[in-house]
Design a protein around this ligand. Structure first.
Ligand SMILES: [Zn+2]
Length: 142
């Protein structure tokens, strides 16, 4: 059984990885002149992940103030390693309506976490815009 502190550390690493994956995309969208409503959701989710990550670090600091500095270094290190191991996150395009599924972002509003590969989506998954099945999606090369 992991101790509560170990559980917190694992959670921090997970959140750190997810926010690291989501943030660059959100930043790109933020920089674009006409952010779409979809962009606003992605930006909000990315901000939420970052906030959750920071809150988790704060909990660790409260739980283990003496060890916090070294724990934080370990966490940042683990997040970096996990980022390197991350297979290239890809985008998939709906052939029917051009909806884009971005693996880095997932669909947090539909309980699909960031960094969920297209293959890992349930077979029953459908395009949120036009209800086309997974077999109507193609890898987006753009
Ligand atoms: Zn579609």
């Amino acid at each position: 059984m992991p101790t509560p502190l170990e559980t917190l550390i694992a959670r921090a690493i997970d959140l750190g990885l997810k926010s690291s994956l989501a943030t660059p995309r959100a930043a790109t969208l933020l920089a674009s002149k006409n952010p779409s409503p979809e962009a606003a959701v992605i930006i909000r989710d990315s901000n939420q992940l970052t906030a959750d990550y920071k809150a988790c670090l704060k909990e660790i600091e409260t739980a283990a103030p003496q060890q916090y500095a070294s724990l934080r270094t370990q966490i940042v290190d683990q997040v970096r390693k996990a980022m390197k191991k991350q297979p290239g996150m890809r985008k998939w395009r709906c052939k029917v309506c051009n909806f884009l599924y971005d693996e880095r972002i997932g669909m947090p509003k539909r309980q699909i976490p960031a960094a969920t590969s297209f293959q890992d989506l349930p077979d029953s998954w459908e395009c949120p815009d036009c209800d086309a099945g997974k077999d109507h999606f193609v890898l987006d090369q753009g």
